[in-house]
Design a protein. Structure first.
Lengths: 186, 186
DNA sequence: TTGTTCATGTAATGGGTTACATGATTAG
DNA sequence: CTAATCATGTAACCCATTACATGAACAA
């Protein structure tokens, strides 16, 4: 059982979903393509952690609705009791930053500007999601026995780290401008 | 050519190193085991991006010192001109946070406390590294044509995001305490 | 008519970890 | 005596992405 499998169980512990829906819900906090999810679901079903029923739809393809079993819930509980392993971050921008001295100021600024425009969009999305959550479940988000508590703190994390990354990029660009004008007079 | 290969070229553009040294230097910003690095180095050497000489040592095993070639430098330059792809983060704590409602307050607090103690150590390490860098190269760190500029901004990033993660964990623990005492009176 | 959403799957390939393998020196 | 550091490599496996495959509805 790998981490993504537990992630799928965690989503299904809230409500039954199709593989496609699971993929969409998972996106913000764990990247995974459908080609990885479908085989895992089949496997989890084979091992008795999930069950599914085929739902026929008109005007849309049929889908498989997966439901967690008691065995699945037990496995989730056991996993939750263990400490989370350290996060893995792989950011190409870190490696490029390490090589900045090999390039010129314009190219360097372009690298960080590109990252800024990427993250401005992400930040806006997370902020909207957080506002929606507060509007709909404002009274329950701070009660940790509600599933919305998890959503609430995760969205806070996403907003926070997006802002942090943006600020860092802007700070670096500022340094690059200073270095360009004072360090190398025309 | 994958991202890690460019990372290795980036390290070797500063100074010649053995595979073992590359592995150690890479750790803080890109996780990679020696079993991944050695074959990549052999491949880069075969393609003409690197050269190596065997260095015999007394009291220590022999090592291969790799040096970047002009072809390697050209490849690095071309890679630097392209925008960095979006970072990938996989944090098991996110998935467990999503499932917090399934567990009790003590277990939840334990999860975040564990993460805090992990990151307190990391933060201290990064802060030390940054202090050392400033002590040794204080005058050059803000000149982007110096390799120390890259080190400087990367260490800033590491310190920043460690702090951000710690603050988030502490904030969540605060909410968990509040929820425990006010939401569920004894 | 071209692209997007919904919906599921398999196959091939690439990226990354764990385990296997060796061997000397040094610190606890 | 055991573990860690230095030093290199291979093999097996797992995890993840890209590409292949199908097909209907709907919007630009």
């Amino acid at each position: 059982m790998n981490t993504l499998s537990y992630g799928l169980l965690g989503l299904l512990a809230r409500k039954s979903c199709s593989g496609y829906e699971l993929m969409l819900q998972l996106q913000p906090f764990w990247q995974a393509k459908h080609s990885q999810i479908y085989p895992l679901l089949a496997n989890l079903e084979g091992e008795g952690y999930l069950q599914y029923t085929r739902v026929e739809q008109t005007e849309k393809p049929d889908k498989k609705m997966y439901t967690i079993t008691q065995k699945g819930r037990d496995a989730l509980q056991a996993w939750l009791a263990e400490p989370a392993s350290a996060p893995i971050t792989r950011d190409e921008l870190f490696l490029k930053t390490y090589c900045l001295w090999l390039t010129d100021a314009q190219a360097a600024i372009a690298l960080f500007s590109h990252r800024i425009s990427e993250y401005e969009g992400k930040l806006a999305t997370y902020q909207e999601m957080l506002a929606d959550l507060k509007a709909k479940h404002g009274n329950t988000v701070e009660d940790f026995s509600s599933p919305f508590f998890g959503d609430f703190v995760l969205l806070h994390r996403a907003v926070r780290s997006s802002k942090d990354q943006l600020e860092w990029c802007q700070w670096v660009i500022g340094l690059l401008h200073d270095s360009k004008s004072s360090g190398r007079p025309t």
